[in-house]
Ligand binder design. Structure first.
Ligand code: DER
Length: 228
């Protein structure tokens, strides 16, 4: 349906940014799925020679199925380009990520990349981020302290579940999804990002500010590319 088509168009269009000998960060989720799929094809058909760094066990598994060469982040000097999805992104190039639970590795890989391209369907491109609950990765040890503090401070936290159990990230941590819709406009997003990460027990949060360089927005009449 429409969203699938827009994800596919955006995901495949971003492959044009990938050139021979590049080190590529591969994001996680259903949009970057199309990027990885197309990359696998290009590596086979055009002998495109690139090395990739994965951001999740899901992406690793899919990339391996396609024969894509993967290396560990610590084994590369730096990453030329990371391509990843987002749950929301706005005209100030601020994104909320983590809907798929991969925000920690995604943020580390994106932060160590020379260039970051976010690929989204048109429903994700919004005037101002914040309607989407912000994922916050927390250490299971003492997560209740973080939870209660978030309650006191009006963030309305929800412990993300997988069935009846807490969702567990690739790093073995929990995720609290919090509501930032009523403060995102009042505070500087960078300060909010730092404030949340400063709470003892918080590992990382899904606010991507000052990381994104280019956005590929899949639309019914094509892909819109917005450079920062
Ligand atoms: O979990 C994540 O950070 C994903 O990248 C998410 O933000 C986008 O996933 P989607 O492409 O499946 O919507």
């Amino acid at each position: 349906e429409q969203t699938y088509y827009e994800k596919k168009e955006a995901g495949e269009a971003a492959v044009d940014l990938i050139h021979n000998k590049m080190v590529i960060g591969l994001g996680t989720g259903s949009t970057v799925y199309h990027t990885i799929n197309k990359l696998g094809e290009k590596m086979k058909d055009e002998k495109l020679d690139v090395t990739c760094v994965s951001t999740s066990s899901n992406t690793t598994e899919f990339a391996k199925q396609l024969g894509i060469k993967l290396v560990a982040l610590n084994d590369v000097q730096d990453i030329d380009l990371t391509i990843d999805g987002a749950d929301e992104i706005d005209g100030d190039f601020r994104a909320i990520k983590g809907g798929g639970g991969a925000l920690l590795f995604e943020k580390i890989v994106a932060s160590s990349s020379r260039k970051v391209a976010i690929i989204v369907d048109s429903t994700k491109y919004v005037d101002t981020i914040g309607a989407y609950p912000l994922p916050v990765e927390v250490l299971p040890f003492g997560y209740k302290y973080v939870f209660e503090r978030m309650v006191r401070e009006g963030f309305q936290p929800n412990l993300r579940k997988m069935g009846n159990d807490p969702f567990i990230t690739d790093s073995g941590n929990f995720i609290l999804d919090i509501n930032v819709s009523n403060i995102i406009d009042k505070v500087d997003t960078i300060n909010l990002e730092k404030y949340i990460n400063n709470i003892p027990g918080v590992i990382e949060n899904g606010l991507f500010t000052n990381i994104v360089d280019v956005i590929y927005i899949g639309k019914k009449d094509g892909v819109e590319v917005k450079n920062r």
